[in-house]
Design a protein around this ligand. Structure first.
Ligand SMILES: [Zn+2]
Length: 257
């Protein structure tokens, strides 16, 4: 009799687990901004969340020791290229960083060298993840996604997207073009939570793309950021918060790819 009860309980549990697949939320932060170190990280660490930071070559003597500590706490240091080339029509920047006059070779070399710099910072040899600067997948009008795939230097890469960028169809997913919601300046806590809820209900995956938090630019107010994190903490039974690499590994391991 006992055996039958255990068996029935197991059956019930299996049915429950299948119906309530845990959704994955990934928090990513671009451009190695100091407000991320000063504001976002203390908030993340106080709640035990691990996040992904897409760094560039402008990290230096003052910030490298801090980023090293970030890695030691279990966060992911990831690749956002060395010089962050963008179309000058999109972002006013140094003419030397105009992606319109880049070649694919220049871009791939820059990504490989940023991998080396990240190794010097955190000593990790595992394959890196990448975020396309300004979410552009082309340089000099040539799409370089497949060249990046062939180069083999990057395991997963993030593109852009709006607040509808909820990932549910993993079979159609290109691991080098994972969409993310690029949150706008002054986003509210309620807007951030609305996206998390959509992901939660879908049982899929959602990636946030932040820049400044409580400072710098494209700034998410510190209170809004904290409001999101508290929501995620309250719903940790249904939502798993993890780094971009871990989240993508989960998806791949589940045979969705
Ligand atoms: Zn960027």
């Amino acid at each position: 009799m006992k055996r039958i009860i255990v068996f029935l309980l197991l059956l019930n549990f299996t049915a429950y687990a299948q119906q309530h697949k845990k959704a994955i939320i990934v928090l990513t932060y671009d451009d190695a901004l100091e407000s991320q170190l000063d504001v976002a990280l203390p908030q993340l660490d106080s709640l035990g969340f691990k996040a992904t930071f897409f760094l560039m070559g402008n990290i230096g003597q003052a910030t490298i020791p801090r980023w090293r500590q970030v890695a030691l706490k279990g966060h992911e240091l990831a690749n956002h290229s060395l010089y962050h080339p963008c179309l000058l029509t999109t972002v006013k920047a140094n003419q030397a960083n105009n992606s319109g006059s880049y070649t694919v070779y220049m871009m791939l070399r820059e990504i490989a060298e940023m991998n080396n710099l990240l190794f010097a910072v955190d000593g990790q040899t595992a394959p890196r993840t990448y975020a396309y600067p300004c979410t552009e997948v082309a340089v000099g009008s040539v799409n370089y996604v497949d060249s990046l795939r062939l180069a083999g230097t990057i395991k997963y890469a993030r593109i852009g997207g709006g607040p509808d960028a909820v990932i549910t169809d993993f079979k159609k997913l290109d691991v080098l073009q994972i969409p993310a919601w690029g949150v706008h300046a002054g986003v509210t806590g309620d807007e951030l939570i609305a996206f998390a809820k959509k992901v939660q209900q879908s049982g899929g995956m959602g990636v946030f793309m932040f820049h400044g938090v409580g400072g710098d630019y494209i700034t998410t107010p510190a209170a809004a950021h904290r409001q999101l994190l508290l929501y995620l903490k309250q719903h940790q039974d249904e939502i798993e918060v993890c780094t971009f690499k871990t989240g993508m590994d989960r998806v791949a391991a589940a045979g969705h790819n």
